[in-house]
Design a protein around this ligand. Structure first.
Ligand code: NAD
Length: 503
């Protein structure tokens, strides 16, 4: 309790700056209220207490931000890579220096538990360091020889880009998108999610204090249908990097069509964890529990379907149910808490609706299955058993601490079940048989597969999904491929025969 009280007191101290002040947009290095003067309230899902009022932007604010990003672009694109590296490293250091403020603010704004958010703040710094070190080489291309010709390719930043992020782990995801854009030499207009906008504001302040020139990064708050849509439609914005729901991804593509936007979509998932009977069942159960119940299950790569070979199905399900029942729910700032409240009442109602859908479809609730407490948006860690793959609980992204277990018989059925969903983000395979691990990872429709592991990110590797889970990849050089244009220049090395037309 003492630790919770101390954390709460510090969090209140950090949030006090917004008492009676609005969280303004940041455009061209200046604080700006929305042109309309409108604001919206961000609340804590712990108790629905108001945290701050935030600028509610419309197309005029987006236009101002896009113009600021466009006028900052030539100088930033021409800034030597070594200088961009220096600035991005300073941003990383400044993130570490304010990690406590970032983590506590993020917990109260999102409901995510501090034990995970303190690491997420530091992961944000790591994302900046990783791309800082790659900034000097971002423009490099290839040289390619042909008879009588040398080709040299190079890359240049695409221009001002729009970055639209979701509410689940907003700080880490914002750094994941913005760091490579800046390293590439792009300027940015960021539109964070309206349900958890506070740490995006901290992040841009940190970046400017660390020496990022004004206008290189701009922040516009507001809802998706207004501010987000205007950003997708803006003619000065050359590309949109988006993280969010698959349905919103469809809207992003449609909204960007008239201006031929390049889009990168990181969308939803219904990721299988496939446990074969020969696996280390203890480790598999531990990892499955971690991947669905950490971050409140509000995680795109959560292992939301537990596919278990029938001979060990009941034992694995019993083990997972036992662990789920022991998981600690509580205040996100309590260091012992694993599961905090979901982001808000709307999302809570959606997650709870699957409890009825599960019962109606004939699945069994092996753990959880209900709201916890009166105040706040708490949902017990839930496990559905006796499900089939055609049920809504097996097909739809619930995005909460809710796991659906389904038995399978043999490799072919495991793969068929894994692939019989609209999504294809991640898959987790547990087996001691190397040949099977190779076959199944090859056959599974997913952008990322972890064998005998939970999601452990290695930043140089590609991150992204297939099918309804997205278009494009992040990570390593893949992010630069998105944020940059490639040019090829072919040089003739001699006097080759030019086709003679006209005599
Ligand atoms: P969402 O799609 O509702 O919102 C995401 C962002 O898009 C918000 O900033 C929102 O304001 C904006 N938006 C909404 N409508 C828009 C429109 N018409 N035009 C432009 N912008 C618009 O998603 P969410 O509910 O905030 O986040 C949860 C979803 O994000 C889940 O589906 C989850 O799987 C996904 N997600 C994916 C990844 C990944 O890497 N694949 C990571 C985290 C979350």
């Amino acid at each position: 309790m003492a630790a919770l009280d101390e954390n709460l007191a510090r969090a209140r101290g950090y949030l006090a700056r917004w008492d009676g002040a609005i969280v303004a947009n940041r455009i061209g290095g200046e604080d700006r209220p929305a042109a309309s003067g409108a604001t919206f309230q961000t609340c804590s899902p712990v108790d629905m207490a108001p945290l701050a009022r935030v600028a509610a932007s419309d197309a005029r604010d987006v236009d101002a931000a896009a113009r600021a990003a466009a006028s900052a672009f030539p100088a930033w694109a021409a800034t030597p890579g070594a200088e961009r590296r220096r600035i991005l490293h300073r941003i990383a250091e400044a993130i570490v220096a304010r990690a406590d403020e970032i983590a506590l603010t993020e917990c109260l704004d999102t409901g995510q538990a501090l034990r995970f958010m303190s690491k997420a703040a530091l992961r944000g710094a790591e994302n900046f360091r990783f791309y800082a070190d790659r900034a000097p080489e971002a423009r490099d291309g290839k040289s390619m020889y042909a008879p009588g010709q040398i080709n040299i390719s190079s890359r240049s930043p695409i221009g001002p880009v729009g970055i639209i992020t979701p509410w689940n782990t907003p700080f880490m995801l914002s750094t994941w998108k913005i760091a490579p854009a800046l390293a590439a030499g792009c300027t940015v207009v960021h539109k964070p999610a309206e349900l958890s906008p506070l740490t995006a504001r901290l992040l841009i302040e940190i970046a400017e204090e660390a020496g990022l020139p004004p206008g290189v990064w701009n922040l516009v708050n507001g809802d998706g249908e207004t501010a987000g849509k205007a950003l997708c439609e803006h003619p000065l914005i050359r590309a949109i990097a988006f993280i969010g729901e698959s349905r919103t991804g469809q809207a992003i593509v449609a909204q960007g069509a008239a201006t031929l936007k390049r889009v990168h979509l990181e969308l939803g998932g219904k990721n299988p964890v496939i446990v074969f009977a020969d696996a280390d069942l203890d480790r598999a159960a531990e990892a499955a529990v971690f991947m669905i119940y950490s971050l409140n299950g509000e995680r795109c790569t959560s292992s939301s379907r537990l596919l278990v070979e029938d001979s060990v199905h009941d034992a694995v399900v019993a083990r997972v149910a036992e662990k789920a029942a022991r998981i600690r729910l509580g205040h996100p700032l309590d260091p012992e808490t694993v599961i905090g409240p979901l982001i808000g009442p709307g999302h809570e109602a959606k997650v709870l609706s699957y409890m009825d859908k599960a019962r109606a479809a004939g699945a069994r609730i092996a753990a959880g299955g209900q709201k916890v407490g009166e105040a706040g948006c708490y949902v017990a860690p839930t496990l559905f058993a006796g499900a089939t793959n055609d049920m809504a609980i097996a097909q739809e992204e619930i995005f909460g601490p809710v796991l659906t277990a389904i038995p399978f018989s043999g490799e072919a059925e495991a793969v068929a079940l894994a692939n019989a969903v609209p999504y294809g983000l991640a898959a987790y395979i547990w087996t001691r048989d190397t040949g099977r691990a190779l076959r199944v990872s090859d056959a599974v429709e997913a952008g990322m597969v972890w064998v005998n592991s939970e999601n452990v990110r290695h930043l140089p590797t590609p991150f992204g999904g297939v099918k309804a889970s997205g278009i494009g990849r992040d990570g390593g050089d893949w992010s630069f491929e998105f944020y940059m244009e490639t040019k090829n220049v072919a040089f003739a090395t001699g006097d080759h025969a030019i086709p003679r037309l006209g005599g």
